[in-house]
Write a protein that binds this ligand. Structure first.
Ligand code: HEM
Length: 112
């Protein structure tokens, strides 16, 4: 079961990122935004599934929290764009820092 979650998780995170950028930059966002949300669910279910099997090690709990934050940031960026309000530079900086941390934690380049 762990292996199944892991293969979903490992092969989906890059697709999730591509789906986010396509949703952000495409004019017609309808279909892409549905696909993006589907990948949120895939990442959440597989991530939480692995966490449960691993009995919640600190390292991956922190990674999971940062990942949920990243999903929040993606949604905030999309919402800001929709409202055409001020350029969300702070959100982009947080997005990039958070993403780098998640990947480094995910591949255990840094460990807690
Ligand atoms: C934005 C969403 C996410 C991204 C970009 C992301 C990215 C990654 C990456 C790159 C890895 C390493 C993959 C590998 O081992 O091949 C990983 C592993 C992992 N992620 Fe995520 N993740 C996300 C969401 C989540 C969530 C929501 C949770 C849990 C609440 C989670 C829990 C885990 C766990 C437990 C592992 C360890 C798997 C192992 O031991 O091999 N992830 N994640």
């Amino acid at each position: 079961m762990f292996h199944l979650f892991n293969s979903f998780h490992a092969s989906s995170w890059a697709i999730l990122l591509v789906a986010f950028f396509l949703t952000y930059f495409l004019e017609n966002k309808k279909i892409m935004s549905i696909i993006l949300r589907l990948f949120y669910v895939v990442m959440l279910v597989s991530g939480i599934g692995m966490l449960t099997i691993m009995e919640f090690p600190m390292h991956f709990v922190v990674k999971g929290i940062l990942a949920i934050l990243l999903i929040g940031l993606m949604e905030m960026l999309l919402a800001r764009q929709k409202k055409q309000s001020s350029s969300p530079l702070v959100l982009w900086i947080l997005f990039i820092i958070d993403l780098i941390l998640i990947i480094l934690l995910g591949y255990k380049v840094i460990s807690l």
